[in-house]
Design a protein around this ligand. Structure first.
Ligand code: HEC
Ligand code: HEC
Ligand code: HEC
Ligand code: HEC
Length: 509
């Protein structure tokens, strides 16, 4: 009896488990179907852009939510490290000597530290370097070329003003005035600056980089994928200049954007290039030196450092991978890698986070020490040169001194304008700043000799430039007036630009 019952129980158990297996099977199969459905919904949902340039970043949000959301976080300005961070810092306030170094040039009015890409347009409109076209009848101070590194409306407008097919005939874009494109340049640095919207392959959107490669006999699009992970940054984080509107060799290319890379990527290569074409950005009003203003040769400088030389890309440190529910993607919140040492440095280095952070700070400390010396020495040299000129130094006497000042300032500016270079290439920064100090000191010695020749010995009197306000007053800037005009420009002109762009659907938020 007990045995039979057991047999009956056995069958029941068998049938029961069969039913359970069957039900589980059903469940799994329905789950699989759901997954396929989700996947196909996801695939179907994907907007297929037919245009490589789609300027409104919001149009990518639904299909690429992770990349979009992290990109949008470049709005955040809260991160701070020892020397950098995402907050805006008034550099002239911290280092008033720079007002003297850039006297006669718009940078002496206003210069801030960089912050996240989403701020690029607002920061440009409010900087005191573009003038305030339209206020009190003021004209533009800058050409449209100044918009070039500020967002995906740039390739869009280059195409529209050029041959209508692609953005590679940008001469008409560069020839416009800055304010003429105010209502067009409305979407900040985004997807179409780095990606072909049709495929989302990496594709730099600025012709100047392609042109610079071509002049060196290289095809940019034949670069490796790893190189592309830096070249999308190199289209903006580079040294550049504009062809002067009165350049007899380029009458049809006023304000055309150029990278001085023809002879190579070092400071000396760019200097030889500029010397050959007799280029200068401005004549320094104190020392009368023809100055080369360095822009931000971040890419070139990073190639001089060990990470660049080992093929580590900008994206490896500034756009580390993240994962979410098994999906691996690139963090588009481009910022200081020190905010996420676990996802940046530690993917390659075994040291603990604090050691790695200190490695960065130690290099930055050393560069900063010599940088401060260079700024003092060079600012003093410009002021002393003015004294020599005022006391009878001749043009012939000043010429070799001005050559030294040009070399000194080019090295200082190149080193400090390459954001991040105190870590990317600390030895190169130290070399350039040491040379800057040396050339400035040679200039000061030569000035002392010239002054002695004209009957003056002793210490040349120096003005008080201990604050930004005092330095700006010394070089004759009326900051209150400039600031007032800029406020009116932001209140009266800019809102019209944005309203216009919204009405035409160019700006979606
Ligand atoms: C400054 C350049 C830059 C900008 C701006 C940018 N991306 Fe990327 N994006 C990259 C790089 C670099 C990668 C890594 C590509 C690789 O190695 O294959 C990447 C990867 C991607 C990928 C591939 C998957 C992944 O996450 O690695 C997608 C999709 C993508 N980006 C979408 C977007 C969208 C959408 C936007 C605008 C909201 C955007 N990107 C803005 C540079 C950029
Ligand atoms: C279209 C031009 C452009 C491209 C492409 C571009 N940048 Fe930038 N980048 C800028 C500008 C302009 C700023 C300064 C924005 C501001 O201060 O308002 C900036 C700022 C930054 C900052 C400072 C952010 C902070 O929070 O302090 C970093 C870091 C940076 N860029 C890295 C990169 C990297 C890495 C790439 C490539 C993956 C890249 N950029 C591509 C133009 C560009
Ligand atoms: C993609 C890999 C990679 C990432 C990410 C990376 N490194 Fe490196 N790092 C290297 C390589 C490769 C070298 C050269 C070492 C060698 O070849 O022996 C190096 C060298 C160094 C050195 C020695 C350089 C010198 O001065 O001689 C330091 C310090 C360093 N890395 C710190 C960092 C820090 C800090 C970060 C994050 C901000 C970082 N690394 C991110 C690969 C990486
Ligand atoms: C090995 C890692 C590494 C690589 C590769 C790298 N960077 Fe950096 N970058 C850093 C670190 C670390 C800092 C300093 C951050 C700080 O002080 O908070 C920095 C700083 C910067 C800054 C200044 C940010 C600020 O707020 O002032 C910019 C801009 C920048 N990098 C752009 C680039 C570009 C463009 C490339 C490629 C050409 C690149 N970086 C390659 C690690 C890297």
């Amino acid at each position: 009896m007990a045995k039979q019952l057991k047999k009956w129980q056995g069958w029941l158990l068998f049938l029961g488990s069969m039913v359970i297996v069957f039900l589980l099977g059903l469940l799994v199969s329905s789950l699989m179907e759901r997954r396929a459905e989700v996947a196909s919904v996801f695939n179907n949902k994907r907007t297929v852009f037919e245009d490589p340039i789609v300027a409104q970043n919001e149009k990518f949000k639904a299909d690429y939510p992770r990349e979009y959301d992290t990109w949008a976080m470049t709005e955040d300005t809260s991160f701070e490290s020892k020397y950098n961070g995402s907050e805006e810092v008034d550099v002239l306030e911290q280092r008033p000597e720079m007002v003297i170094l850039w006297a006669g040039y718009a940078f002496s009015r206003n210069y801030n530290t960089p912050r996240g890409h989403k701020h690029a347009l607002e920061d440009m409109r409010k900087i005191l370097r573009t003038g305030n076209p339209g206020i009190d009848g003021d004209a533009d101070m800058q050409p449209a070329t100044c918009w070039t590194c500020k967002g995906p409306d740039v390739p869009r407008m280059m195409r529209e003003l050029g041959n209508g097919k692609d953005q590679f005939e940008p001469a008409n874009f560069y020839a416009k005035k800055w304010s003429e494109l105010g209502a067009e340049e409305v979407n900040a640095i985004g997807c179409s600056d780095c990606h072909d919207a049709r495929t989302m392959e990496l594709r730099p959107a600025r012709p100047a980089l392609y042109e610079a490669f071509a002049r060196r006999g290289q095809d940019l699009m034949k670069s490796t994928h790893q190189e592309m992970r830096s070249l999308v940054c190199a289209q903006c984080h580079v040294e550049y200049y504009f062809i002067k509107p009165n350049d007899p060799n380029n009458p049809d290319k006023p304000n055309y954007l150029m990278f001085p890379h023809d002879k190579g990527l070092t400071l000396e290569d760019a200097e030889a290039y500029y010397d050959e074409i007799g280029f200068y950005d401005y004549i320094h009003p104190l020392s009368k030196t023809p100055i080369l203003k360095a822009q931000h040769p971040g890419w070139e400088m990073s190639q001089q450092g060990i990470h660049g030389q080992r093929g580590v890309s900008c994206a490896d440190c500034h756009m580390p991978y993240m994962s979410e529910g098994g999906v691996k993607y690139s963090d588009h919140h481009i910022m200081s890698p020190l905010a996420n040492i676990d996802r940046t440095c530690q993917t390659c280095h075994r040291q603990d986070a604090e050691t790695l952070r200190q490695n960065v700070y130690e290099r930055q400390d050393k560069c900063t020490e010599i940088r401060n010396r260079a700024e003092k020495e060079l600012a003093t040299a410009h002021i002393e040169a003015k004294f020599a000129i005022d006391n009878g130094a001749t043009e012939a006497e000043m010429k070799p001194i001005q050559a030294l000042l040009r070399k000194s300032q080019w090295r200082w500016d190149y080193a400090i304008a390459s954001h991040g270079a105190t870590f990317h290439a600390p030895q190169e920064v130290t070399r350039l700043l040491s040379l800057s100090v040396d050339f400035a000191q040679q200039a000061r010695l030569a000035i002392a000799k010239v002054c002695a020749k004209h009957g003056f010995t002793g210490d040349i009197p120096l003005p008080d430039i201990s604050t930004k306000a005092k330095a700006q007053q010394y070089i004759g800037l009326d900051m209150a007036k400039l600031e007032d005009k800029n406020q009116r420009f932001l209140d009266e002109i800019v809102p019209k630009w944005l309203e216009d762009a919204r009405a035409k659907g160019k700006l979606m938020n």
